[in-house]
Design a binder for this molecule. Sequence first.
Ligand SMILES: NC(=O)C1=CN([C@@H]2O[C@H](COP(=O)(O)OP(=O)(O)OC[C@H]3O[C@@H](n4cnc5c(N)ncnc54)[C@H](OP(=O)(O)O)[C@@H]3O)[C@@H](O)[C@H]2O)C=CC1
Ligand SMILES: O=C(O)C1=N[C@H](C(=O)O)C[C@H](O)C1
Length: 240
Amino acid sequence: MRILLLGYGKMGKTIEQIAISRNHTAPFKIDLENYSSLTSITKDQVDVAIEFTQPESAYNNVKYCIEQGIPVVCGTTGWLEKKKELEELCRKNGSAFFYASNFSVGVNLFFHLNKLLAKIMNPFPEYEVSMEEIHHKQKLDAPSGTAITLAEGIIDATPKINSWVNQPTKEKSLLGITSKRLDAVPGTHTVYYNSPVDTIEITHTAHSREGFAKGAVVAAEWLVGKKGVFGMDDMLKISY
Ligand SMILES: NC(=O)C1=CN([C@@H]2O[C@H](COP(=O)(O)OP(=O)(O)OC[C@H]3O[C@@H](n4cnc5c(N)ncnc54)[C@H](OP(=O)(O)O)[C@@H]3O)[C@@H](O)[C@H]2O)C=CC1
Ligand SMILES: O=C(O)C1=N[C@H](C(=O)O)C[C@H](O)C1
């Protein structure tokens, strides 16, 4: 595949390495410096776009790809209030759009474990649920997109909780998410169920960015030739 890399930072560079190792090419790499050249790229020149930039730019980048009919895989977090609009545009235009807050297979298994655990914990009100996410200091958004997906899984399965807040809370109808920023951490997410006598916790720890990057390249391979709006559950078809 000829890949248009939108964003050539920590993720863009890791994605390029994985793509080359899978016999793909990345003839176009767009970052802040050459951003204006994006509008000259058309669907005849690339097979797919992979977008990992920043919250302020993801919407315009994905919109451009959808309008041009370039299948687009996007992992940028922190802009999701506008995602539904682009999903509608994609369906209307007959284009292809794949989004995931986290492309690693391990995290997507962890999403299912999180939902299952939330269901199991429901009849036991003595346990209070909370979450912690830790990332490197360059991360622009908080809480992480992955933490928001985990929170949505818990909220769906837990009638007494109706929303999340990005701080610890004692309010029983809220799920508190604590965000920590430490040097060089690729991404660690923990869900805690605390009772007066014990704690149950599940953690996913990324050891590098490789799992995210490989997932994005595999998603791009899977997306080419399809039309519609997709996510990791469509591709992985996890069953249990
Ligand atoms: N879904 C997932 O699995 C994962 C998602 N992410 C998310 O991906 C995003 C990128 O992360 P990361 O690579 O670590 O961030 P970096 O800051 O390392 O890289 C961002 C890149 O985007 C470029 N950029 C900024 N604005 C634009 C624009 N308007 N058009 C094109 N490129 C632009 C920057 O350019 P310049 O270098 O010139 O500043 C830089 O190359 C974040 O939102 C992060 O949360 C990260 C890991 C996994
Ligand atoms: O910014 C990052 O680095 C990451 N962002 C994603 C998120 O916000 O969940 C995925 C991963 O945790 C790394």
